[in-house]
Write a protein that binds this ligand. Structure first.
Ligand code: F0G
Length: 433
Protein backbone atom coordinates (compact mmCIF):
# COMPACT_ATOMS: atom_id res chain seq x y z
CA UNK A 1 0.00 0.00 0.00
CA UNK A 2 1.23 3.52 -0.78
CA UNK A 3 0.39 6.66 1.19
CA UNK A 4 -3.18 7.87 1.68
CA UNK A 5 -5.05 10.82 3.10
CA UNK A 6 -7.21 9.94 6.08
CA UNK A 7 -9.66 11.98 8.13
CA UNK A 8 -8.63 12.10 11.78
CA UNK A 9 -12.28 12.14 12.89
CA UNK A 10 -14.22 9.64 10.77
CA UNK A 11 -11.38 7.72 9.14
CA UNK A 12 -12.58 8.29 5.55
CA UNK A 13 -9.71 7.86 3.12
CA UNK A 14 -8.76 9.72 -0.06
CA UNK A 15 -5.97 9.19 -2.61
CA UNK A 16 -3.00 11.52 -2.10
CA UNK A 17 -3.65 13.23 -5.41
CA UNK A 18 -7.08 14.51 -4.26
CA UNK A 19 -7.53 18.26 -4.16
CA UNK A 20 -8.86 18.36 -0.62
CA UNK A 21 -7.93 20.01 2.70
CA UNK A 22 -10.57 18.70 5.09
CA UNK A 23 -12.88 15.69 5.02
CA UNK A 24 -15.81 15.90 2.59
CA UNK A 25 -17.99 13.87 4.93
CA UNK A 26 -17.39 15.41 8.37
CA UNK A 27 -15.08 18.39 7.85
CA UNK A 28 -12.30 16.80 9.95
CA UNK A 29 -8.60 17.47 9.43
CA UNK A 30 -6.63 15.08 7.24
CA UNK A 31 -3.44 13.11 7.85
CA UNK A 32 -1.05 11.84 5.21
CA UNK A 33 -0.58 8.24 6.31
CA UNK A 34 2.23 5.99 5.20
CA UNK A 35 2.48 2.21 5.35
CA UNK A 36 4.79 2.04 8.35
CA UNK A 37 4.85 -1.76 8.43
CA UNK A 38 6.18 -1.84 4.90
CA UNK A 39 8.65 0.97 5.67
CA UNK A 40 10.11 -0.67 8.78
CA UNK A 41 12.72 -2.50 6.75
CA UNK A 42 13.93 0.54 4.79
CA UNK A 43 13.40 3.54 7.08
CA UNK A 44 16.27 2.82 9.43
CA UNK A 45 18.66 4.88 11.53
CA UNK A 46 21.50 3.60 9.35
CA UNK A 47 19.87 4.89 6.16
CA UNK A 48 19.25 8.35 7.59
CA UNK A 49 22.72 8.50 9.14
CA UNK A 50 24.31 7.55 5.81
CA UNK A 51 22.62 10.56 4.18
CA UNK A 52 23.94 13.09 6.72
CA UNK A 53 26.08 15.63 4.91
CA UNK A 54 24.86 14.47 1.50
CA UNK A 55 25.73 16.86 -1.33
CA UNK A 56 23.06 15.50 -3.63
CA UNK A 57 19.40 16.46 -3.97
CA UNK A 58 17.03 15.59 -2.52
CA UNK A 59 18.91 14.06 0.41
CA UNK A 60 20.90 17.26 1.04
CA UNK A 61 17.65 18.60 2.54
CA UNK A 62 16.86 18.03 6.21
CA UNK A 63 13.31 17.26 5.14
CA UNK A 64 13.94 14.93 2.21
CA UNK A 65 16.68 13.04 4.04
CA UNK A 66 13.65 11.29 5.52
CA UNK A 67 11.81 10.96 2.22
CA UNK A 68 10.62 7.44 3.04
CA UNK A 69 8.68 8.89 5.98
CA UNK A 70 7.59 12.14 4.28
CA UNK A 71 6.38 11.10 0.85
CA UNK A 72 7.73 7.67 -0.06
CA UNK A 73 6.14 7.20 -3.48
CA UNK A 74 6.94 10.67 -4.76
CA UNK A 75 9.00 11.08 -7.93
CA UNK A 76 12.09 13.00 -6.67
CA UNK A 77 12.05 15.09 -9.86
CA UNK A 78 8.94 16.87 -8.56
CA UNK A 79 10.55 18.04 -5.31
CA UNK A 80 10.83 21.81 -4.79
CA UNK A 81 13.64 22.27 -2.27
CA UNK A 82 16.04 25.09 -1.38
CA UNK A 83 17.29 22.79 0.41
CA UNK A 84 15.83 23.34 3.86
CA UNK A 85 16.46 21.89 7.33
CA UNK A 86 19.90 20.84 8.56
CA UNK A 87 19.50 23.42 11.31
CA UNK A 88 21.70 23.54 14.37
CA UNK A 89 20.96 22.07 17.76
CA UNK A 90 22.63 24.38 20.28
CA UNK A 91 23.84 23.21 23.65
CA UNK A 92 23.07 26.16 25.96
CA UNK A 93 24.32 25.52 29.51
CA UNK A 94 23.79 29.09 30.72
CA UNK A 95 20.21 29.17 29.55
CA UNK A 96 19.74 25.69 31.04
CA UNK A 97 20.81 27.05 34.42
CA UNK A 98 18.47 30.02 34.09
CA UNK A 99 15.59 27.75 33.13
CA UNK A 100 16.30 25.34 35.99
CA UNK A 101 17.46 22.23 34.12
CA UNK A 102 20.82 20.56 33.69
CA UNK A 103 20.61 19.75 29.99
CA UNK A 104 19.01 22.05 27.46
CA UNK A 105 19.34 22.19 23.70
CA UNK A 106 17.74 24.73 21.39
CA UNK A 107 16.81 23.53 17.92
CA UNK A 108 17.08 26.64 15.76
CA UNK A 109 14.55 26.47 12.97
CA UNK A 110 15.22 30.13 12.27
CA UNK A 111 18.26 28.85 10.38
CA UNK A 112 16.14 27.66 7.47
CA UNK A 113 16.52 29.37 4.06
CA UNK A 114 13.88 32.05 4.73
CA UNK A 115 14.52 32.24 8.45
CA UNK A 116 11.73 30.11 9.90
CA UNK A 117 10.54 26.52 10.28
CA UNK A 118 7.90 27.20 7.63
CA UNK A 119 10.35 26.19 4.91
CA UNK A 120 10.16 22.59 6.05
CA UNK A 121 6.43 22.65 5.49
CA UNK A 122 6.58 24.72 2.36
CA UNK A 123 8.83 22.27 0.51
CA UNK A 124 6.15 19.63 1.15
CA UNK A 125 3.27 21.93 0.24
CA UNK A 126 4.72 23.44 -2.93
CA UNK A 127 5.89 20.01 -4.05
CA UNK A 128 2.29 18.81 -3.68
CA UNK A 129 1.10 21.84 -5.67
CA UNK A 130 3.36 20.57 -8.44
CA UNK A 131 2.03 17.02 -8.07
CA UNK A 132 -1.48 18.43 -8.54
CA UNK A 133 -0.41 20.70 -11.39
CA UNK A 134 -1.42 23.91 -9.58
CA UNK A 135 -0.11 27.18 -10.93
CA UNK A 136 -1.17 29.43 -8.03
CA UNK A 137 -0.69 28.96 -4.29
CA UNK A 138 -1.90 31.12 -1.41
CA UNK A 139 -1.83 31.50 2.34
CA UNK A 140 -3.01 33.76 5.12
CA UNK A 141 -0.13 34.58 7.38
CA UNK A 142 1.19 36.36 10.42
CA UNK A 143 4.33 36.76 8.29
CA UNK A 144 6.62 33.75 8.21
CA UNK A 145 4.42 31.47 6.14
CA UNK A 146 4.10 34.21 3.56
CA UNK A 147 7.86 34.74 3.38
CA UNK A 148 8.36 31.03 2.90
CA UNK A 149 5.54 30.63 0.38
CA UNK A 150 6.89 33.55 -1.62
CA UNK A 151 10.34 31.99 -1.82
CA UNK A 152 9.17 28.50 -2.75
CA UNK A 153 6.63 29.75 -5.28
CA UNK A 154 9.45 31.71 -6.93
CA UNK A 155 11.58 28.56 -7.02
CA UNK A 156 8.75 26.52 -8.51
CA UNK A 157 7.92 29.32 -10.97
CA UNK A 158 4.29 29.55 -9.92
CA UNK A 159 2.32 32.48 -8.55
CA UNK A 160 2.45 32.97 -4.78
CA UNK A 161 -0.37 34.95 -3.17
CA UNK A 162 -0.19 36.06 0.46
CA UNK A 163 -2.88 37.60 2.65
CA UNK A 164 -1.50 39.58 5.56
CA UNK A 165 -3.37 40.76 8.57
CA UNK A 166 -3.61 44.52 8.26
CA UNK A 167 -1.62 45.28 11.40
CA UNK A 168 1.48 44.08 13.19
CA UNK A 169 3.25 42.08 10.54
CA UNK A 170 6.92 42.10 11.49
CA UNK A 171 8.96 44.14 9.06
CA UNK A 172 11.45 41.45 8.08
CA UNK A 173 8.65 39.11 7.03
CA UNK A 174 6.75 41.66 4.98
CA UNK A 175 9.99 42.68 3.29
CA UNK A 176 10.72 39.08 2.33
CA UNK A 177 7.34 38.42 0.73
CA UNK A 178 7.60 41.63 -1.27
CA UNK A 179 11.21 40.96 -2.26
CA UNK A 180 10.60 37.36 -3.36
CA UNK A 181 7.91 38.59 -5.73
CA UNK A 182 4.70 37.26 -4.21
CA UNK A 183 1.36 38.94 -4.82
CA UNK A 184 1.00 40.63 -1.44
CA UNK A 185 -2.44 41.69 -0.21
CA UNK A 186 -2.94 43.51 3.05
CA UNK A 187 -6.45 42.62 4.17
CA UNK A 188 -8.43 44.66 6.63
CA UNK A 189 -8.86 41.76 9.04
CA UNK A 190 -6.86 39.63 11.46
CA UNK A 191 -5.17 36.30 10.78
CA UNK A 192 -8.20 34.25 11.77
CA UNK A 193 -10.42 36.09 9.29
CA UNK A 194 -7.80 35.81 6.57
CA UNK A 195 -7.66 32.05 7.03
CA UNK A 196 -11.37 31.85 6.21
CA UNK A 197 -10.98 34.17 3.24
CA UNK A 198 -8.09 32.26 1.73
CA UNK A 199 -10.09 29.02 1.78
CA UNK A 200 -13.05 30.72 0.09
CA UNK A 201 -11.09 32.55 -2.57
CA UNK A 202 -9.05 29.44 -3.35
CA UNK A 203 -12.15 27.42 -4.18
CA UNK A 204 -13.43 30.11 -6.50
CA UNK A 205 -10.21 30.88 -8.29
CA UNK A 206 -8.50 27.47 -8.39
CA UNK A 207 -5.72 28.41 -6.00
CA UNK A 208 -3.94 25.81 -3.85
CA UNK A 209 -4.03 26.58 -0.12
CA UNK A 210 -0.73 26.35 1.74
CA UNK A 211 -1.74 27.12 5.30
CA UNK A 212 -1.04 24.41 7.84
CA UNK A 213 -4.49 22.92 7.30
CA UNK A 214 -2.67 21.41 4.31
CA UNK A 215 -1.46 18.01 5.56
CA UNK A 216 1.51 17.91 3.16
CA UNK A 217 2.97 20.91 4.97
CA UNK A 218 2.85 19.06 8.26
CA UNK A 219 4.68 16.11 6.74
CA UNK A 220 7.61 18.44 6.15
CA UNK A 221 7.41 20.05 9.56
CA UNK A 222 7.45 16.77 11.45
CA UNK A 223 11.05 16.32 10.27
CA UNK A 224 12.06 18.90 12.91
CA UNK A 225 11.54 16.02 15.33
CA UNK A 226 13.37 13.50 13.15
CA UNK A 227 16.39 15.74 12.75
CA UNK A 228 16.52 16.78 16.42
CA UNK A 229 16.43 13.19 17.57
CA UNK A 230 18.98 12.13 14.99
CA UNK A 231 21.25 14.94 16.24
CA UNK A 232 20.82 13.49 19.73
CA UNK A 233 22.05 10.18 18.28
CA UNK A 234 18.53 8.79 18.26
CA UNK A 235 18.07 9.24 21.97
CA UNK A 236 14.70 10.78 22.75
CA UNK A 237 14.84 13.72 25.17
CA UNK A 238 12.42 13.87 28.09
CA UNK A 239 10.75 17.05 26.85
CA UNK A 240 10.22 18.94 23.62
CA UNK A 241 8.97 22.48 24.11
CA UNK A 242 7.42 24.47 21.26
CA UNK A 243 5.44 27.69 20.81
CA UNK A 244 1.83 27.23 19.70
CA UNK A 245 -0.11 29.52 17.34
CA UNK A 246 -2.09 27.87 14.56
CA UNK A 247 -0.79 24.60 16.07
CA UNK A 248 0.66 23.17 12.87
CA UNK A 249 4.00 22.44 14.44
CA UNK A 250 2.54 20.90 17.57
CA UNK A 251 0.38 18.67 15.36
CA UNK A 252 3.25 17.71 13.12
CA UNK A 253 5.53 16.96 16.07
CA UNK A 254 3.02 14.59 17.64
CA UNK A 255 2.62 12.67 14.39
CA UNK A 256 6.35 12.56 13.75
CA UNK A 257 7.20 11.35 17.23
CA UNK A 258 4.54 8.67 17.10
CA UNK A 259 5.89 7.44 13.78
CA UNK A 260 9.44 7.29 15.15
CA UNK A 261 8.13 5.31 18.10
CA UNK A 262 5.98 2.97 16.01
CA UNK A 263 8.92 2.30 13.71
CA UNK A 264 11.20 1.53 16.67
CA UNK A 265 13.52 4.43 15.81
CA UNK A 266 13.09 5.73 19.39
CA UNK A 267 12.35 3.58 22.39
CA UNK A 268 10.12 6.01 24.28
CA UNK A 269 7.98 9.04 23.53
CA UNK A 270 9.24 12.42 24.70
CA UNK A 271 6.66 14.64 26.39
CA UNK A 272 5.60 17.71 24.44
CA UNK A 273 4.91 21.09 26.02
CA UNK A 274 3.06 23.61 23.88
CA UNK A 275 3.55 27.20 25.00
CA UNK A 276 1.09 29.95 24.11
CA UNK A 277 1.20 33.69 24.69
CA UNK A 278 -1.22 34.69 27.42
CA UNK A 279 -3.11 37.01 25.05
CA UNK A 280 -3.50 34.31 22.41
CA UNK A 281 -4.16 31.18 24.45
CA UNK A 282 -7.23 29.30 23.21
CA UNK A 283 -5.45 25.93 23.42
CA UNK A 284 -4.27 26.63 26.95
CA UNK A 285 -7.80 27.56 28.03
CA UNK A 286 -9.23 24.42 26.45
CA UNK A 287 -6.51 22.28 28.07
CA UNK A 288 -7.36 23.71 31.49
CA UNK A 289 -10.97 22.66 30.96
CA UNK A 290 -10.01 19.12 29.94
CA UNK A 291 -10.32 19.86 26.21
CA UNK A 292 -14.09 20.15 26.36
CA UNK A 293 -14.05 22.53 23.38
CA UNK A 294 -11.98 25.32 21.90
CA UNK A 295 -13.36 28.83 22.34
CA UNK A 296 -12.12 31.20 19.63
CA UNK A 297 -10.86 34.49 21.05
CA UNK A 298 -9.54 37.85 19.98
CA UNK A 299 -5.75 37.54 20.12
CA UNK A 300 -3.24 40.17 21.24
CA UNK A 301 0.47 39.64 21.89
CA UNK A 302 3.85 41.21 21.15
CA UNK A 303 4.71 37.84 19.59
CA UNK A 304 2.83 38.68 16.38
CA UNK A 305 3.72 35.34 14.77
CA UNK A 306 1.37 33.60 17.19
CA UNK A 307 -1.31 36.28 17.42
CA UNK A 308 -3.96 33.68 16.59
CA UNK A 309 -7.29 33.22 18.34
CA UNK A 310 -8.84 30.34 16.39
CA UNK A 311 -6.17 27.76 15.59
CA UNK A 312 -7.04 25.53 12.67
CA UNK A 313 -5.16 22.50 13.98
CA UNK A 314 -6.78 22.40 17.41
CA UNK A 315 -7.94 18.78 17.10
CA UNK A 316 -4.56 17.54 15.97
CA UNK A 317 -2.81 19.43 18.75
CA UNK A 318 -5.16 17.84 21.24
CA UNK A 319 -4.22 14.45 19.86
CA UNK A 320 -0.53 15.34 20.21
CA UNK A 321 -1.03 16.15 23.90
CA UNK A 322 -2.68 12.75 24.34
CA UNK A 323 -0.01 10.81 22.44
CA UNK A 324 2.88 12.47 24.23
CA UNK A 325 1.36 12.85 27.70
CA UNK A 326 1.97 16.50 27.00
CA UNK A 327 1.09 19.78 28.67
CA UNK A 328 0.04 23.26 27.58
CA UNK A 329 1.39 26.36 29.30
CA UNK A 330 1.06 30.09 28.78
CA UNK A 331 3.58 32.92 29.23
CA UNK A 332 3.21 36.69 29.37
CA UNK A 333 4.63 39.12 26.83
CA UNK A 334 7.02 40.26 29.57
CA UNK A 335 8.30 36.70 30.00
CA UNK A 336 8.56 36.25 26.24
CA UNK A 337 10.65 39.38 25.70
CA UNK A 338 12.95 38.72 28.65
CA UNK A 339 13.55 35.15 27.49
CA UNK A 340 14.22 36.45 23.99
CA UNK A 341 16.78 38.93 25.33
CA UNK A 342 18.59 36.07 27.06
CA UNK A 343 18.60 33.87 23.94
CA UNK A 344 19.76 36.86 21.88
CA UNK A 345 22.54 37.67 24.34
CA UNK A 346 23.95 34.16 23.86
CA UNK A 347 24.71 35.23 20.30
CA UNK A 348 22.00 32.89 19.06
CA UNK A 349 18.92 35.09 18.78
CA UNK A 350 15.33 34.48 17.78
CA UNK A 351 12.10 36.34 17.10
CA UNK A 352 9.65 36.96 19.96
CA UNK A 353 7.32 33.99 19.42
CA UNK A 354 10.26 31.58 19.53
CA UNK A 355 11.19 32.71 23.00
CA UNK A 356 7.97 31.15 24.33
CA UNK A 357 9.96 27.92 24.42
CA UNK A 358 12.56 29.12 26.92
CA UNK A 359 10.06 31.16 28.95
CA UNK A 360 7.81 28.11 29.05
CA UNK A 361 10.57 25.76 30.16
CA UNK A 362 11.35 28.04 33.09
CA UNK A 363 7.72 28.24 34.04
CA UNK A 364 7.31 24.47 33.87
CA UNK A 365 10.42 23.87 35.99
CA UNK A 366 9.15 26.40 38.54
CA UNK A 367 5.92 24.43 38.65
CA UNK A 368 7.83 21.14 39.12
CA UNK A 369 6.43 19.67 35.89
CA UNK A 370 9.80 19.61 34.17
CA UNK A 371 12.44 18.44 36.66
CA UNK A 372 16.09 19.45 36.88
CA UNK A 373 17.42 16.13 35.62
CA UNK A 374 15.14 16.12 32.55
CA UNK A 375 16.76 16.41 29.16
CA UNK A 376 14.97 19.24 27.36
CA UNK A 377 14.87 20.51 23.78
CA UNK A 378 13.31 23.90 23.07
CA UNK A 379 12.41 24.76 19.49
CA UNK A 380 13.27 28.24 18.20
CA UNK A 381 10.93 28.87 15.32
CA UNK A 382 12.15 32.12 13.74
CA UNK A 383 15.31 34.16 13.15
CA UNK A 384 16.30 37.20 15.23
CA UNK A 385 16.18 39.47 12.15
CA UNK A 386 12.51 38.78 11.47
CA UNK A 387 11.27 41.38 13.92
CA UNK A 388 13.96 44.01 14.52
CA UNK A 389 11.39 46.54 15.68
CA UNK A 390 10.39 44.45 18.70
CA UNK A 391 14.04 43.91 19.63
CA UNK A 392 14.96 47.58 19.46
CA UNK A 393 11.81 48.69 21.26
CA UNK A 394 12.56 46.26 24.11
CA UNK A 395 16.10 47.52 24.62
CA UNK A 396 14.92 51.13 24.41
CA UNK A 397 12.22 50.39 26.96
CA UNK A 398 9.54 51.49 24.51
CA UNK A 399 7.16 48.56 24.81
CA UNK A 400 3.96 49.30 26.69
CA UNK A 401 3.68 47.30 29.91
CA UNK A 402 7.06 45.60 29.41
CA UNK A 403 10.11 46.36 31.54
CA UNK A 404 13.34 45.24 29.91
CA UNK A 405 15.11 43.18 32.59
CA UNK A 406 18.04 42.41 30.29
CA UNK A 407 18.57 45.64 28.34
CA UNK A 408 21.53 46.51 26.18
CA UNK A 409 22.27 50.15 25.56
CA UNK A 410 23.58 51.85 22.43
CA UNK A 411 25.96 54.69 23.32
CA UNK A 412 26.57 57.86 21.34
CA UNK A 413 30.04 59.27 20.93
CA UNK A 414 31.65 62.18 19.16
CA UNK A 415 34.20 61.11 16.53
CA UNK A 416 37.15 61.53 18.82
CA UNK A 417 39.38 59.35 20.95
CA UNK A 418 38.55 61.30 24.08
CA UNK A 419 34.87 60.83 23.63
CA UNK A 420 35.25 57.10 22.93
CA UNK A 421 37.50 56.76 25.95
CA UNK A 422 34.93 58.57 28.05
CA UNK A 423 32.25 56.16 26.90
CA UNK A 424 34.37 53.08 27.46
CA UNK A 425 35.57 54.16 30.83
CA UNK A 426 31.97 54.60 31.80
CA UNK A 427 32.26 58.34 32.34
CA UNK A 428 29.39 59.23 30.09
CA UNK A 429 25.82 58.50 30.92
CA UNK A 430 24.37 55.81 28.68
CA UNK A 431 22.18 57.20 25.92
CA UNK A 432 19.38 55.03 24.53
CA UNK A 433 19.41 53.98 20.89
N1 F0G B 1 6.75 30.74 15.76
C1 F0G B 1 6.82 31.46 14.63
C2 F0G B 1 8.03 32.27 14.40
C3 F0G B 1 5.75 31.44 13.71
O1 F0G B 1 5.84 32.16 12.60
C4 F0G B 1 4.61 30.66 13.99
C5 F0G B 1 3.48 30.64 13.09
C6 F0G B 1 4.61 29.93 15.19
C7 F0G B 1 5.68 29.98 16.04
C8 F0G B 1 3.45 29.07 15.56
O2 F0G B 1 3.47 27.90 14.84
O3 F0G B 1 1.20 27.99 13.88
O4 F0G B 1 2.54 25.91 13.85
O5 F0G B 1 1.60 26.76 15.99
N2 F0G B 1 3.32 31.42 12.11
C9 F0G B 1 2.26 31.33 11.12
C10 F0G B 1 2.51 32.28 9.95
C11 F0G B 1 0.90 31.31 11.63
O6 F0G B 1 1.55 32.69 9.31
O7 F0G B 1 3.67 32.54 9.66
P1 F0G B 1 2.13 27.08 14.62
Amino acid sequence: MGSILQCIECGRQYPTNSLIYTCDTCGGLLDVLHDLDALKATATRALFDARLGSLDAPYDSGVWRYKELVYPDLDPALIVSRPEGNTRLYNVPKLAEWAGVRRLHLKHEGENPTGSFKDRGMTGGVTQARVLGKKRVACASTGNTSASLAAYAALAEIQGIVLFQNKQVALGKLAQAVAYGATCIRVDGDFDRNIQLVRQISEELDIYVLNSVNPFRLEGQKTIMFETIQQLRWEAPDWIVVPGGNLGNSSAFGKGLKELFDLGLIDRMPRLAIIQAEGANPLYEAYKRGFDRMEPMHAETIATAIKIGNPVNYRKAMRTIEWTNGVVEQVTDQEIMDAKALIDAQGIGCEPASACSLAGIRKLTDAGIITKSDRVVGVLTGHVLKDPEATIAYHRSELADITPHYPNTVYDSAASLESLRAVLEGLQEPVQV
